[in-house]
Write a protein that binds this ligand. Structure first.
Ligand code: 13P
Ligand code: ZN
Length: 289
Protein backbone atom coordinates (compact mmCIF):
# COMPACT_ATOMS: atom_id res chain seq x y z
CA UNK A 1 0.00 0.00 0.00
CA UNK A 2 1.13 3.52 -0.79
CA UNK A 3 2.06 5.63 2.26
CA UNK A 4 3.76 8.99 2.75
CA UNK A 5 7.38 9.51 3.74
CA UNK A 6 6.19 11.05 7.02
CA UNK A 7 4.07 8.00 7.87
CA UNK A 8 6.75 5.44 7.04
CA UNK A 9 9.37 7.35 9.06
CA UNK A 10 7.05 7.78 12.04
CA UNK A 11 6.67 4.00 12.24
CA UNK A 12 10.45 3.59 12.00
CA UNK A 13 10.90 6.22 14.72
CA UNK A 14 8.56 4.32 17.03
CA UNK A 15 10.58 1.13 16.55
CA UNK A 16 14.03 2.76 16.62
CA UNK A 17 14.75 1.32 13.16
CA UNK A 18 15.57 2.75 9.72
CA UNK A 19 13.71 2.17 6.48
CA UNK A 20 15.76 1.28 3.41
CA UNK A 21 15.37 3.67 0.48
CA UNK A 22 16.50 2.04 -2.73
CA UNK A 23 16.91 3.82 -6.05
CA UNK A 24 15.12 2.16 -8.93
CA UNK A 25 16.56 2.61 -12.40
CA UNK A 26 14.56 -0.09 -14.17
CA UNK A 27 12.05 -2.85 -13.76
CA UNK A 28 14.61 -5.32 -12.39
CA UNK A 29 15.70 -3.14 -9.46
CA UNK A 30 12.10 -2.12 -8.76
CA UNK A 31 10.89 -5.75 -8.70
CA UNK A 32 13.89 -6.78 -6.58
CA UNK A 33 13.18 -4.14 -3.92
CA UNK A 34 9.42 -4.70 -3.70
CA UNK A 35 9.68 -8.47 -3.53
CA UNK A 36 12.48 -8.27 -0.92
CA UNK A 37 10.31 -6.04 1.30
CA UNK A 38 7.25 -8.25 0.80
CA UNK A 39 9.14 -11.42 1.61
CA UNK A 40 10.42 -9.88 4.86
CA UNK A 41 7.11 -8.11 5.55
CA UNK A 42 8.90 -4.78 6.07
CA UNK A 43 8.04 -1.29 4.82
CA UNK A 44 10.27 0.13 2.11
CA UNK A 45 10.96 3.33 0.18
CA UNK A 46 11.41 3.15 -3.58
CA UNK A 47 12.98 6.26 -5.01
CA UNK A 48 13.86 7.86 -8.31
CA UNK A 49 16.80 10.27 -8.33
CA UNK A 50 16.49 13.23 -10.67
CA UNK A 51 20.08 12.56 -11.79
CA UNK A 52 19.05 9.07 -12.89
CA UNK A 53 16.87 10.64 -15.57
CA UNK A 54 19.87 10.15 -17.84
CA UNK A 55 19.48 6.36 -17.41
CA UNK A 56 15.71 6.12 -17.74
CA UNK A 57 12.96 8.74 -18.01
CA UNK A 58 11.05 9.79 -14.91
CA UNK A 59 7.87 9.66 -17.01
CA UNK A 60 8.45 5.95 -17.70
CA UNK A 61 9.35 4.95 -14.15
CA UNK A 62 6.89 7.08 -12.15
CA UNK A 63 3.61 5.34 -13.05
CA UNK A 64 5.21 1.88 -12.77
CA UNK A 65 6.64 2.65 -9.33
CA UNK A 66 3.27 3.96 -8.13
CA UNK A 67 1.47 0.92 -9.46
CA UNK A 68 3.88 -1.44 -7.63
CA UNK A 69 3.45 0.58 -4.43
CA UNK A 70 -0.35 0.47 -4.60
CA UNK A 71 -0.35 -3.29 -5.09
CA UNK A 72 2.33 -4.12 -2.51
CA UNK A 73 1.40 -6.08 0.60
CA UNK A 74 3.66 -3.82 2.73
CA UNK A 75 3.74 -0.01 3.22
CA UNK A 76 5.68 1.61 0.37
CA UNK A 77 6.65 5.27 -0.02
CA UNK A 78 7.39 6.46 -3.56
CA UNK A 79 10.01 9.17 -3.18
CA UNK A 80 11.78 11.63 -5.49
CA UNK A 81 15.49 11.65 -4.63
CA UNK A 82 17.90 14.61 -4.98
CA UNK A 83 15.33 16.93 -6.53
CA UNK A 84 17.20 19.85 -8.04
CA UNK A 85 14.44 22.48 -8.32
CA UNK A 86 10.98 23.45 -7.15
CA UNK A 87 9.62 22.53 -10.59
CA UNK A 88 11.04 18.99 -10.63
CA UNK A 89 9.73 18.35 -7.09
CA UNK A 90 6.32 19.74 -8.10
CA UNK A 91 6.28 17.41 -11.10
CA UNK A 92 6.95 14.40 -8.85
CA UNK A 93 4.26 15.46 -6.36
CA UNK A 94 1.76 16.05 -9.17
CA UNK A 95 2.58 12.58 -10.54
CA UNK A 96 1.56 11.10 -7.16
CA UNK A 97 4.88 10.67 -5.33
CA UNK A 98 4.34 10.69 -1.56
CA UNK A 99 7.78 12.08 -0.70
CA UNK A 100 10.28 14.42 -2.35
CA UNK A 101 13.79 15.45 -1.49
CA UNK A 102 14.73 18.99 -2.38
CA UNK A 103 18.51 19.07 -2.41
CA UNK A 104 19.53 22.66 -1.82
CA UNK A 105 22.67 21.60 0.02
CA UNK A 106 25.05 23.28 -2.40
CA UNK A 107 23.17 26.61 -2.18
CA UNK A 108 23.99 29.34 0.34
CA UNK A 109 22.19 28.61 3.64
CA UNK A 110 19.42 31.23 3.27
CA UNK A 111 18.71 30.15 -0.30
CA UNK A 112 18.48 26.50 0.80
CA UNK A 113 15.94 27.57 3.45
CA UNK A 114 13.85 29.61 0.99
CA UNK A 115 13.77 26.86 -1.65
CA UNK A 116 13.04 24.12 0.89
CA UNK A 117 10.24 26.13 2.54
CA UNK A 118 8.63 26.70 -0.88
CA UNK A 119 8.68 22.96 -1.66
CA UNK A 120 7.34 22.14 1.83
CA UNK A 121 4.43 24.53 1.38
CA UNK A 122 3.42 22.94 -1.95
CA UNK A 123 4.03 19.34 -0.83
CA UNK A 124 2.07 19.65 2.41
CA UNK A 125 -0.84 21.21 0.57
CA UNK A 126 -0.91 18.08 -1.62
CA UNK A 127 -0.38 15.60 1.23
CA UNK A 128 3.24 14.70 0.35
CA UNK A 129 6.24 14.89 2.69
CA UNK A 130 9.62 16.54 2.22
CA UNK A 131 13.24 15.63 2.89
CA UNK A 132 15.87 18.36 2.64
CA UNK A 133 19.65 18.33 2.99
CA UNK A 134 21.91 20.44 5.12
CA UNK A 135 25.67 20.08 4.92
CA UNK A 136 27.53 18.64 1.97
CA UNK A 137 28.27 15.08 1.05
CA UNK A 138 31.59 14.34 -0.52
CA UNK A 139 31.18 12.60 -3.86
CA UNK A 140 33.49 9.69 -4.48
CA UNK A 141 34.57 9.37 -8.04
CA UNK A 142 33.00 6.11 -9.13
CA UNK A 143 29.29 5.92 -9.78
CA UNK A 144 28.28 8.95 -7.71
CA UNK A 145 24.93 10.54 -8.43
CA UNK A 146 26.56 13.95 -8.26
CA UNK A 147 30.16 13.47 -9.40
CA UNK A 148 32.67 15.95 -8.13
CA UNK A 149 30.23 17.87 -5.96
CA UNK A 150 31.70 19.78 -3.01
CA UNK A 151 35.05 18.04 -3.04
CA UNK A 152 36.83 21.26 -2.26
CA UNK A 153 35.15 21.71 1.17
CA UNK A 154 36.90 20.99 4.45
CA UNK A 155 35.27 18.48 6.82
CA UNK A 156 34.00 21.18 9.17
CA UNK A 157 32.35 23.07 6.34
CA UNK A 158 30.91 19.92 4.81
CA UNK A 159 29.46 18.21 7.91
CA UNK A 160 26.04 19.25 9.21
CA UNK A 161 26.08 21.68 12.13
CA UNK A 162 23.61 20.58 14.87
CA UNK A 163 22.50 24.11 15.80
CA UNK A 164 21.98 25.03 12.19
CA UNK A 165 19.97 21.81 11.72
CA UNK A 166 17.61 22.90 14.50
CA UNK A 167 17.09 26.34 12.98
CA UNK A 168 16.74 24.92 9.46
CA UNK A 169 14.10 22.43 10.58
CA UNK A 170 12.09 25.06 12.44
CA UNK A 171 12.20 27.58 9.61
CA UNK A 172 11.37 25.17 6.77
CA UNK A 173 8.95 22.68 8.37
CA UNK A 174 10.65 19.70 6.65
CA UNK A 175 9.62 16.17 7.61
CA UNK A 176 13.09 14.59 7.37
CA UNK A 177 16.63 15.90 7.14
CA UNK A 178 19.55 14.41 5.21
CA UNK A 179 22.71 15.03 7.18
CA UNK A 180 26.38 14.91 6.38
CA UNK A 181 28.67 13.05 8.78
CA UNK A 182 31.19 11.36 6.52
CA UNK A 183 29.30 9.18 4.05
CA UNK A 184 29.46 9.75 0.31
CA UNK A 185 27.80 8.46 -2.83
CA UNK A 186 29.16 5.70 -5.02
CA UNK A 187 32.07 3.35 -4.43
CA UNK A 188 34.30 4.52 -1.57
CA UNK A 189 37.83 5.09 -2.81
CA UNK A 190 39.13 5.28 0.75
CA UNK A 191 37.50 4.02 3.94
CA UNK A 192 35.01 6.64 5.17
CA UNK A 193 35.65 8.31 8.52
CA UNK A 194 32.27 8.70 10.17
CA UNK A 195 31.39 11.20 12.89
CA UNK A 196 28.60 9.11 14.41
CA UNK A 197 28.32 11.24 17.57
CA UNK A 198 27.34 14.13 15.35
CA UNK A 199 24.20 12.17 14.39
CA UNK A 200 23.16 12.05 18.08
CA UNK A 201 23.76 15.78 18.49
CA UNK A 202 21.78 16.66 15.36
CA UNK A 203 18.94 14.37 16.39
CA UNK A 204 18.74 15.97 19.85
CA UNK A 205 18.59 19.46 18.38
CA UNK A 206 16.49 18.93 15.24
CA UNK A 207 14.14 16.29 16.66
CA UNK A 208 13.00 14.92 13.28
CA UNK A 209 13.89 11.70 11.40
CA UNK A 210 17.40 11.91 9.92
CA UNK A 211 18.50 10.49 6.58
CA UNK A 212 21.79 8.87 5.63
CA UNK A 213 22.84 9.14 1.99
CA UNK A 214 25.59 7.04 0.45
CA UNK A 215 24.66 3.89 2.37
CA UNK A 216 26.65 1.50 0.16
CA UNK A 217 29.89 0.26 1.63
CA UNK A 218 29.31 0.76 5.38
CA UNK A 219 29.67 -2.07 7.89
CA UNK A 220 26.71 -3.50 9.80
CA UNK A 221 28.00 -1.93 12.99
CA UNK A 222 28.39 1.51 11.36
CA UNK A 223 24.83 1.32 10.04
CA UNK A 224 23.40 0.22 13.34
CA UNK A 225 25.21 2.82 15.45
CA UNK A 226 24.00 5.51 13.06
CA UNK A 227 20.45 4.14 13.36
CA UNK A 228 20.62 3.98 17.17
CA UNK A 229 21.79 7.61 17.06
CA UNK A 230 18.81 8.79 14.99
CA UNK A 231 19.05 7.76 11.31
CA UNK A 232 15.60 6.63 10.13
CA UNK A 233 16.10 6.39 6.34
CA UNK A 234 19.12 4.84 4.65
CA UNK A 235 19.63 5.63 0.97
CA UNK A 236 21.21 2.73 -0.83
CA UNK A 237 21.94 2.15 -4.50
CA UNK A 238 25.51 1.49 -5.66
CA UNK A 239 26.14 -1.88 -4.01
CA UNK A 240 22.69 -3.16 -4.98
CA UNK A 241 23.13 -2.32 -8.65
CA UNK A 242 26.71 -3.68 -8.64
CA UNK A 243 25.41 -6.96 -7.21
CA UNK A 244 23.02 -7.10 -10.18
CA UNK A 245 25.85 -6.29 -12.58
CA UNK A 246 28.07 -9.02 -11.12
CA UNK A 247 25.30 -11.62 -11.35
CA UNK A 248 24.68 -10.68 -14.98
CA UNK A 249 28.41 -10.94 -15.75
CA UNK A 250 28.61 -14.38 -14.08
CA UNK A 251 25.61 -15.55 -16.05
CA UNK A 252 27.18 -14.41 -19.31
CA UNK A 253 30.46 -16.19 -18.45
CA UNK A 254 28.55 -19.45 -17.96
CA UNK A 255 26.57 -18.95 -21.15
CA UNK A 256 29.87 -18.46 -23.03
CA UNK A 257 30.33 -22.26 -22.98
CA UNK A 258 27.35 -22.74 -25.25
CA UNK A 259 27.31 -19.35 -26.89
CA UNK A 260 23.57 -18.99 -26.22
CA UNK A 261 22.52 -15.74 -24.52
CA UNK A 262 18.92 -15.12 -23.55
CA UNK A 263 18.67 -11.54 -22.40
CA UNK A 264 15.66 -12.29 -20.14
CA UNK A 265 17.76 -14.84 -18.21
CA UNK A 266 20.56 -12.30 -17.74
CA UNK A 267 18.06 -9.76 -16.38
CA UNK A 268 16.43 -12.30 -14.08
CA UNK A 269 19.82 -13.35 -12.67
CA UNK A 270 20.53 -9.68 -11.92
CA UNK A 271 17.10 -9.16 -10.35
CA UNK A 272 17.44 -12.19 -8.05
CA UNK A 273 20.90 -11.10 -6.88
CA UNK A 274 19.65 -7.58 -6.14
CA UNK A 275 16.70 -8.97 -4.19
CA UNK A 276 19.04 -11.03 -2.02
CA UNK A 277 21.26 -8.02 -1.32
CA UNK A 278 18.28 -5.77 -0.54
CA UNK A 279 16.85 -8.36 1.88
CA UNK A 280 20.13 -8.42 3.79
CA UNK A 281 20.25 -4.64 4.07
CA UNK A 282 16.59 -4.31 5.09
CA UNK A 283 17.30 -6.70 7.98
CA UNK A 284 20.39 -4.71 8.98
CA UNK A 285 18.39 -1.45 8.95
CA UNK A 286 15.66 -3.09 11.10
CA UNK A 287 18.41 -4.12 13.59
CA UNK A 288 17.56 -7.78 12.98
CA UNK A 289 21.08 -8.88 12.06
P1 13P B 1 24.92 4.95 -2.66
O1 13P B 1 24.74 4.78 -4.14
O2 13P B 1 26.31 5.34 -2.30
O3 13P B 1 24.43 3.75 -1.90
O4 13P B 1 24.01 6.20 -2.22
C1 13P B 1 22.66 6.22 -2.53
C2 13P B 1 22.04 7.54 -2.25
O5 13P B 1 22.46 8.29 -1.39
C3 13P B 1 20.87 7.92 -3.05
O6 13P B 1 20.42 9.20 -2.75
ZN1 ZN C 1 21.94 10.52 -2.07
Amino acid sequence: MLVTLKEILETAEGKGQAVGAFNCTGLESLMAVISAAEELNHPVIIQFAEGHGKLIDFDIMAPIMLSFAHKATVPVCVHFDHGESFDSCKKAIDAGFTGVMIDGSSLPYEENIALTAKVVEYAHEKGASVEAELGSMYASEVGAIEPGKNQELSTEDAYTDPDQAKEFTERTGVDALAVSFGTSHGVYLTKPVLDLDRVTLIKEKAGIPLVMHGGSGLTTSEFQTAIRNGIRKVNYYTYMIMEGGKAAADYVKQADDQGIYFFHDIMNAARDAMKKQVMEEIRVFALEK
